[in-house]
Design a protein around this ligand. Sequence first.
Ligand code: DOR
Ligand code: ZN
Length: 343
Amino acid sequence: MRAITLRKPDDWHLHFRDGQMLNETVPATARCFARAIVMPNLVPPVVNAEQALRYKQRIMDARPAGSDFMPLMTLYLTDQTSVADIRAAVESGVSAVKLYPAGATTNSDAAVTGLTPLYPVFEEMAELGMPLLIHGEVTDLQTDIFDREKQFIDEHLAPLTQAVSGLKIVFEHITTADAADFVLSCSERVGATITPQHLMLDRNDLLVGGIRPHNYCLPILKRNTHKLRLQEVIKSGSSKFFLGTDSAPHTRSAKESPCGCAGCYSAWSAIELYAQIFDDLGALDKLEAFASEHGPRFYGLDMNSQRITLIEQDWVIPEHIKLWDGETIVPFYAGQTCRWKLQ
Ligand code: DOR
Ligand code: ZN
């Protein structure tokens, strides 16, 4: 039986939600990740340092006994975010600021309607070394949903990287060859996270033979050629790309609905599926750097000293996860066999 031991990984893009849901999501992530960048798209969103610190405490309180899992907090950028908000966030130990274009995804209505007015805020972030995490999609209804990422690069991201060249940017959950190639063309201050679903699936897995709402996430799954390019860049071992699951739980009824929510809840199997992806690419030797080294290096943090071990052993991802109120969540890759297992 093959086994692989890794420095303990971190998840650089994650949705925990709030309230009782934390009792499900926090243990699921803390089982194998040492840290996670926690997304701020709550209702209402986390828009200042004080709210981020209170949310952090609620997450810490939901950790399993004895866990030293550490949440890394983010602020939700709005049109009103000020330079003073950024300074206060840095002083409070907030790790990053998240930019959602208004209307791009779950709970993004209060987000940013235009980037240019925020350039003074970005200048301050560059000065203070605070990273900007970007959901990179345009939101105008004229743009085809499959072209939203590419158009965001051309219209917003490329100009931003030129105008505020000192700003550290993580292009989150990239889905296209265009995004991968753009990141490769930028300085070392621009990196990207890649999810398991965008490495494993393409839009056929969403739409062929019936609509599969549990594979619906944003940015939407793209055509196969884009998935292959994402696989190529992780296989290359480039330090610009690192692990970010975008694990994003929604209840089964919210997903299996006439207007279903976007998000794949992958926390139960994320590190195992990444291992399977790298193994299938013949690149298991590149997994540790992607999962445990590139992220801390980008964020200027220490790498974890603990280790985890994965063994090659089939197990079946549960069909559903029961919540406290009788609702369920259908996890990502539910009912399917995963070849790697956390020991
Ligand atoms: O699929 C997604 N779900 N993409 C996002 O950007 C947000 C997330 C969520 O919060 O549900
Ligand atoms: Zn996300």
